[in-house]
Design a protein around this ligand. Structure first.
Ligand SMILES: [Fe+2]
Length: 486
């Protein structure tokens, strides 16, 4: 029997609820009353903190599980909400979202063309402009004090325009499987502390190296000043900014930072990003080559690769405002999500209402999503006007890596510290974190991944290049049929 140096595949086995009562214990764990002085906190991790007397509007999808919805209404009211209403895309924009499947990973490139790519778009959930429509709905229904919507980072709040202050968080609980995930109820005290420890070495690093068994090898160096700036903006709860450009461009900060006049840190990364999945789903293995942050070549990737190659060529002469050179695609995303107990969702992976049906898998701690395209800084209007003038698509697209090792060289030493080791966030093994975890549960139980994907030849039997890389979905379907974890 072969021995693998990566952890074996596993996945949780949540059972579909058959009643509201089946959902109530989890609903009660997810909801908490806020103290009057408390501010809402956003991040990838969805918890529902509510104020006494809240009138809540929840923007959800046509496949909303009715037992989950009812249980959450009860739990919210137990914690002081007076009204909880659900609203569907049909009520807001007159139609249902399109149905998507993880079989169409290549569509992420198309979303960039359609102006719906990450970084530019306020409704990552459906692509129907639900945030703007919700803002209009709130104009006509001023009684609501809290809105839960979407899964799309700070953009959701911004998209609510004049009602941004009513945004209190996300609502990804349309499906029972996601609702039941233990990842959402991970103790925040432990979560905050291990995230802080995970990003702490960034302030002290002079070099970064990212490797992954699917073939990624990326490197860059940093000056002390750039490292300090990066560290200062690296921590977004649930979604750490492990790429200096994404952390310092200000695009992800609200308001857009007092130092927006300072150019962001272009990390000048070189190497290759390789993988088989993105936010939309899966595709034949792709290799994206970078030279000093610019994408210079793309190999493989099937239709996804074709679309990217076409755009590289078509826009080879553009130069984004403030960017160091020409070209459409720049290395602008290396996000490390930190939700320990979540998993790849199976219940709707082949029939989803999200335009990004593969988004849930990337929220698990240790999974990286790396991206290329553009991010604006300084004057957003100038950036938008340039895109308009040249017809160049904005935003960025991704490749996920499941077993990455992310190392930083500590300045003035020869010591390389692994922030993530083969997909494992090493801060989770710190004795201080384990001691803190013991306050809530058995550390080994709390601080473990419930889901580890199968990669043949890497952590399970098979040949990666033969059995998986050409058609990942076919492999996953075979395992699903055999009742094996995916
Ligand atoms: Fe991204």
């Amino acid at each position: 029997m072969p021995i693998y140096s990566y952890p074996a595949p596993c996945a949780p086995d949540y059972k579909k609820p058959k009643s509201v009562e089946d959902c109530l214990p989890q609903a009660r764990r997810l909801v908490r009353k806020m103290a009057p002085y408390e501010k809402p906190r956003f991040g990838v991790a969805p918890r529902m903190f509510v104020r006494e007397g809240a009138r809540i509007l929840i923007v959800t999808l046509p496949d909303q599980d009715k037992y989950v919805a009812e249980a959450m209404v009860r739990a919210l009211k137990e914690q002081g909400a007076t009204h909880v209403d659900f609203i569907f895309p049909k009520d807001l924009v007159g139609r249902d979202p399109e149905i998507t499947s993880v079989e169409d990973g290549w569509k992420e490139a198309e979303l960039m063309e359609g102006g719906k790519a990450s970084g530019t778009f306020t409704d990552l959930m459906t692509g129907l402009g639900l945030t703007t429509a919700t803002a209009k709905y709130l104009d006509d229904h001023p009684g609501y004090s809290m809105v839960f919507i979407d899964v799309a980072g700070g953009n959701a709040r911004r998209g609510l325009l004049q009602h941004a202050d009513k945004f209190y968080g996300f609502w990804p609980f349309n499906t029972w499987e996601w609702f039941l995930s233990r990842g959402h109820t991970f103790p925040l005290e432990v979560w905050d502390e291990f995230e802080r420890r995970a990003v702490e070495p960034l302030a002290r690093c002079s070099q970064v190296r990212i490797t992954d068994p699917e073939g990624t090898y990326l490197e860059f160096s940093l000056s002390p000043d750039d490292a300090y700036r990066w560290h200062a903006h690296a921590l977004l709860h649930g979604h750490l900014f492990m790429n200096p450009l994404m952390a310092t461009c200000g695009e992800t900060r609200e308001p857009r930072g007092e130092d927006i006049e300072t150019p962001p840190v272009f990390q000048r990364a070189s190497g290759v990003l390789a993988g088989t999945s993105n936010h939309c789903g899966f595709f034949p293995r792709i290799e994206v080559y970078f030279e000093e942050d610019r994408v210079v070549e793309v190999r493989g990737g099937g239709k996804y690769g074709d679309a990217i190659r076409e755009n590289i060529d078509k826009f080879k002469n553009i130069q984004w405002p403030g960017y160091p050179g020409k070209g459409l695609f720049w290395f602008c995303d290396t996000a490390l999500c930190t939700s320990v107990g979540v998993h790849r969702r199976k219940c709707d992976m082949f029939k989803s209402y999200w335009i990004y049906p593969n988004l849930p898998e990337r929220t698990r701690g240790g999974v990286f999503h790396l991206g290329f395209g553009s991010r604006s800084y300084r004057d957003e209007k100038t950036f938008a006007a340039y895109a308009e003038k040249t017809g160049a698509p904005r935003g960025h697209i991704h490749v996920h890596n499941y077993f990455a090792t992310y190392e930083v060289k500590i300045r003035g030493t020869e010591y390389w510290h692994k922030i993530v080791d083969k997909g494992w966030i090493t801060a989770l093994s710190d004795s201080g974190i384990r001691a803190l975890a013991a306050k809530y549960s058995v550390p080994d139980e709390l601080l473990k991944y419930d889901w580890i994907p199968p990669l043949p030849g890497v952590n399970t039997a098979g040949d990666y290049f033969k059995d998986y890389a050409p058609n990942p979905v076919a492999y996953l379907k075979k395992r699903l049929k055999a009742g094996e974890p995916i």
